[in-house]
Design a protein around this ligand. Structure first.
Ligand SMILES: Nc1ncnc2c1ncn2[C@@H]1O[C@H](COP(=O)(O)OP(=O)(O)OP(=O)(O)O)[C@@H](O)[C@H]1O
Ligand SMILES: [Mg+2]
Length: 323
């Protein structure tokens, strides 16, 4: 059963920018789901809408948006406080710079635990902080360090410890490794996958880099211009012996060469995504697509099952054409 279930979610910012437009998303207990797509396609907006943290002026509407049986669209602030941290926590984009510089890492994690679990005694909190730091690969003695005493990778580990502080069921991590060098990035991703397996956590991981998601996730969804254009098992979409069904996903993969592909060069995608205040008719990718058909300029493709695949969907007329 779905832990998080989103149906037909749309989010419009002031000025009419429809950053998320009719998105469905499911995350089941213990599952790691990846969300990919170019900058500005609506990934963070989707995460913020789920956590009910959209800025003032943004309007979200959905047919359904539930987390563990709670209706996220209508739950009151008190109900949300009970959910956040304890059941659903977030690691925000760029969050590793969000630590308070004048408090030790240990104190900040302790404070988060006490704020959300006031009934827990001091000794137990101290034990939990030591355990959390160890779990993310930081020696527990470093709890006395201030944020500036930690490297970027360690700060990100500490941020993950913070997100796990109240033992949530789902962690949403928005670009958890973007600011890190490639080696550190790989270590943090390994840590995240290890924690998900060890703790039975469900995760929604947002990243530009599809190759990263393919190694880390059970399922992936690819967004373009506010929509999900392809989704399915990571294995089915991204393993080295299979190809994504949507031309956009294929081009996105070319931007991040796979180590096992032998691909020597990085190919960007010419052009830029459409203005989300005035999206074009037809397929939103059509003006950048080298494989387009005449109908792509006028007919908006819906997500449909890729022939021969059980749970692989793409919104592309080319896929429909061979169905
Ligand atoms: N507070 C805001 N007010 C108005 N428009 C916004 C706001 N935040 C985001 N947008 C717009 O919404 C669209 C989606 O932005 P969002 O940050 O969700 O994209 P993203 O996929 O997370 O991008 P990135 O990969 O760069 O983080 C963009 O066009 C962006 O300019
Ligand atoms: Mg973002």
């Amino acid at each position: 059963m779905s832990l998080l279930s989103v149906r037909n979610l749309s989010v419009t910012y002031r000025g009419g920018v429809r950053a998320v437009d009719g998105v469905d998303l499911d995350v089941t207990a213990g599952e790691v789901v990846g969300l990919a797509g170019e900058s500005g396609c609506g990934k963070s907006t989707l995460a913020l809408a789920v956590a009910r943290l959209l800025p003032a002026g943004a309007v979200a509407a959905a047919d359904e948006m539930t987390f563990a049986g709670t209706d996220l669209s209508t739950v009151a602030e008190a109900g949300l406080r009970a959910l956040r941290w304890r059941r659903l926590s977030l690691v925000f984009q760029g969050a590793m710079n969000g630590f308070n510089p004048v408090m030790t890492i240990g104190d900040q994690i302790r404070e988060a635990i006490r704020a959300h679990e006031p009934e827990i005694d001091r000794k137990a909190v101290r034990r939990r902080v030591a355990e959390l730091l160890t779990q993310v690969g930081i020696a527990s003695g470093r709890a006395a360090d201030y944020p500036h005493q930690l490297s970027g990778g360690m700060k990100q580990r500490a941020m993950i410890a913070m997100a796990l502080a109240c033992r949530p069921d789902l962690v949403i991590a928005d670009e958890p490794t973007t600011a890190l060098d490639v080696m550190t990035q790989a270590q943090i991703l390994e840590l995240i996958r290890g924690l998900a397996d060890e703790l039975g956590l469900a995760m929604l991981i947002i990243s530009h880099d599809l190759t990263v998601l393919s190694e880390l996730c059970d399922r992936v969804a690819v967004m373009y211009a506010g929509r999900i254009v392809e989704r399915g098992n990571a294995e089915e979409i991204l393993s080295s012996n299979s190809e994504p069904a949507h031309p956009y996903t294929r081009r996105l993969l070319d931007c991040y060469p796979r180590l096992d592909s032998g691909q020597a060069s990085i190919n960007g995608i010419p052009g830029s995504p459409p203005d989300l205040a005035h999206p074009p008719a037809g397929c939103r990718f059509n003006d950048r697509c080298v494989e387009k058909l005449p109908r792509c300029a006028s007919d908006d493709p819906a997500l449909h099952r890729v022939p021969g695949a059980a749970a692989h969907f793409a919104a592309c007329h080319l896929v429909g054409a061979c169905a």
